[in-house]
Design a protein around this ligand. Structure first.
Ligand SMILES: [Zn+2]
Ligand SMILES: [Zn+2]
Length: 173
């Protein structure tokens, strides 16, 4: 949804509500592509607090379907992102796409683009279905949360196993 900020920008102290559902169906970035649930929404107040400064305060609520890093099962990530930004809204900035925030087009704010930007910088680095997720067996691929498998894990050389342990610790950052 787009919001014309002209009135707020020209009238100091005036507040504008920016309330909109996130209509983005899919959040895609380098890390992957995740469906966005329909209850996701942007809820902000815009106010020109002082000359050439626009303040955005509120929350971006995004519900994303991601996957557990260990077992790959679906995990619902409920992100409530607090937004508190002071934007430089001098005329020359608003007229220059390179300097303008990616969700502003001149005096028009795009709430989906703003949501995208906020989700991007707040995306969880590590996603687990539960703290003690056992992951999948590296041999047969069975989800070890659902039970053990019959793969023989004892035949590894103990020194090799130690190295693998260290390797796994680093992998799971
Ligand atoms: Zn898991
Ligand atoms: Zn197995």
């Amino acid at each position: 949804m787009v919001f014309d900020l002209s009135a707020v920008l020209s009238d100091r102290g005036r507040t504008m509500d920016i309330q909109a559902p996130i209509t983005l169906k899919q959040f895609t970035c380098r890390a992957g592509s995740y469906p966005v649930a329909k209850e996701s929404a942007v809820s902000l107040k815009a106010v020109s607090a002082k000359q050439n400064v626009l303040v955005l305060e509120g929350t971006v609520h995004a519900v994303l379907e991601m996957n557990c890093d260990r077992c790959l099962e679906r995990v619902i990530q409920d992100l409530t992102i607090d937004v508190s930004r002071e934007l430089d809204v001098r005329e020359e900035i608003l007229n220059d796409a390179a300097q303008c925030p990616p969700y502003l087009d001149g005096r028009v704010l795009d709430s989906d683009k703003l949501a995208y930007h906020e989700i991007l910088v707040n995306l969880p680095v590590k996603v687990l279905c539960r703290e003690d997720c056992k992951g999948i067996c590296s041999r047969c691929g069975k989800n070890l949360n659902e039970g053990t498998c019959d793969c023989d894990k004892s035949e590894l050389d103990p020194r090799m196993a130690q190295i693998l342990d260290i390797f796994n610790q680093y992998k799971e950052v």
